[in-house]
Design a protein around this ligand. Structure first.
Ligand code: FAD
Length: 470
């Protein structure tokens, strides 16, 4: 059903879309619309009226112009691996898929850069880069596209070393709602020329334009890597260790926190982990460190152990053997998918607030107390090095859903009070819209002004970041 603001998809519009991309690349089939009606969040699915697969940037620009002229919603789609309803076409209309725009245009080895079409999946890019010893470091657990990572400003476990998507992009090509195709940024590492439009589009979730191409930074694949799993008597001790690691000068590639309840839950449920190396029911850190050679890695590990022990670590397991590294991290890798499997048939809310690291232990304490008071089941998994915390909460009925949402609202409020944000890496999508005014105050009006400038008819991914007409 279309919102009154918008026009319906008509047979004439379908003909026009076919003329732009070719008939095989336009589908009104249920199977295609349903497959792109939901991401991995608990938000309810909503199908578009038509799916269109663009094959190049010029086609994307033409589709946006047409959609604007006809006041038809158009929602970009990368791989649908979002966690906040970001790509769900809640207003119907056109689902603009970038799946066919999956060409690696150029690898600039000496510059450590790659130029890709927006629909290239980061795993595919990294497989192509592997022989050159390079990789795109902003990767998440999802099978995401470069365009989707940029559009959500996603991050992930390695962000503590490599930063978020915003830190790994130099140039983007963007199709605008009026049909213009613009280049933002360039391939120079240093750029100081005019307004930074690149980073305006990064994190805009397809509400300001559609990224058609990007030049991203590449990093050398670390050759000497260790994995460490450490348990602590308290959350504070674990977080103090994270602070100590960050201040130590050690080259940390990941500093991940897992709550005691989650560790115990994975012991009981994760097929990939159970009986291998049972986790203790304690606050746990999963860490990864890099060094230029094996000797430096070994010296670094000694320092890691000392820092853990200085914070009363109960157990420290460390290895640089590649197979054992995988084993040590198995529970962390399996955490989200285990929840999906164990709670299949239920919906999952994944919170995403982030706070300054100094407030992280207080945040965890607040979460644990609130879960107890509200008698809710929630699993804590955090990118602790970045002060980012996810609580995964399953819910199956309306009453529990209301409690879960009330918990999330309280958590966002607490995180804002602690100097943080409602979303560290998943974006606003549908679930965080309600907090935008509280978080941004008058700056939200400036965001709305920008939205109107880029998308005067409000057709680009309507209902995301802001309510439609809200
Ligand atoms: C198991 C699992 C683990 C995950 N772990 C993490 C994690 O650790 N950190 C993290 O940050 N995320 C994580 N995610 C979430 C997800 O991978 C990211 O949000 C990712 O950015 C989504 O990319 P996508 O290609 O699937 O985009 P989609 O989900 O298809 O779209 C993302 C948003 O961008 C828009 N969009 C898509 N392509 C374009 C484009 N070319 N131009 C403009 N707008 C566009 C869409 O309309 C939507 O609003 C995880 C997901 C899963 C399933």
């Amino acid at each position: 059903m279309s919102h009154p603001t918008f026009s319906s998809v008509t047979p004439a519009l379908i003909d026009a879309l076919c003329a732009i991309v070719g008939t095989p690349y336009v589908s009104t089939r249920n199977i295609d619309r349903q497959a792109r009606s939901i991401d991995v969040s608990g938000h309810l699915p909503h199908a578009s009226d038509v799916v269109v697969w663009a094959q190049n940037a010029a086609q994307v620009a033409q589709i946006l112009k047409l959609a604007s002229q006809q006041r038809v919603p158009v929602t970009p789609w990368g791989a649908g691996s979002s966690v906040e309803g970001n790509p769900i076409p809640v207003q119907g209309g056109i689902l603009l898929s970038l799946e066919q725009m999956d060409h690696v245009i150029a690898i600039h080895g000496a510059d450590m850069q790659a130029t890709v079409q927006a629909g290239v999946k980061f795993r595919v890019l990294n497989a192509e880069l592997q022989p050159q010893g390079l990789f795109f470091a902003c990767n998440t657990g999802g099978d995401a596209t470069i365009g989707g990572l940029l559009a959500n400003n996603a991050a992930g476990p390695k962000a503590v070393k490599y930063g978020a998507a915003k830190d790994n992009v130099l140039h983007i090509q963007v199709a605008l709602a009026d049909g213009r195709l613009i280049e933002c940024g360039c391939r120079s590492i240093k750029q100081s020329s005019g307004y930074d439009l690149t980073h305006l589009f990064v994190g805009s979730e397809g509400t300001l334009g559609v990224i058609t191409e990007a030049t991203v930074k590449l990093m050398p694949i670390p050759q000497h890597v260790s994995a460490v799993l450490a348990t602590f008597p308290s959350v504070q001790a674990a977080i103090d260790t994270v602070v100590a690691m960050k201040r130590s000068g050690l080259d940390a590639g990941a500093l991940e926190f897992m709550g005691a309840e989650f560790a115990e839950f994975l012991n009981q449920t994760s097929a990939s982990y159970a009986n291998e190396r049972a986790l203790a029911m304690l606050p746990t850190l999963f860490m990864e460190f890099y060094a230029p050679d094996a000797a430096a890695l070994a010296t670094g590990l000694q320092q890691v152990r000392q820092l853990c022990q200085a914070n009363a670590a109960i157990q420290v397991q460390a290895t640089s053997d590649p197979h054992q590294r995988e084993q040590l991290w198995a529970a962390r890798y399996a955490a989200y998918t285990t929840c999906q499997q164990v709670f299949a048939g239920q919906r999952l809310l994944t919170t995403d607030t982030a706070v300054p690291l100094s407030a992280y232990a207080a945040l965890v304490g607040y979460i644990e107390a609130e879960l107890k008071t509200r008698a809710l089941r929630g699993f804590l998994l955090g990118h602790a090095g970045d002060g980012n915390m996810h609580v995964i909460l399953p819910y199956a009925d309306a009453a529990t859903e209301a409690q879960v949402m009330a918990f999330n609202a309280a958590l966002v409020e607490r995180s804002l009070q602690l100097g943080g944000t409602s979303t560290g890496e998943h974006g606003v999508g549908l679930g965080k819209r309600a907090y935008m005014r509280r978080e941004h105050g008058p700056a939200l009006d400036v965001m709305r002004d920008l939205k109107k400038l880029f998308d005067p008819h409000g057709v680009l991914n309507p209902g995301k970041i802001f309510e439609v007409n809200g």
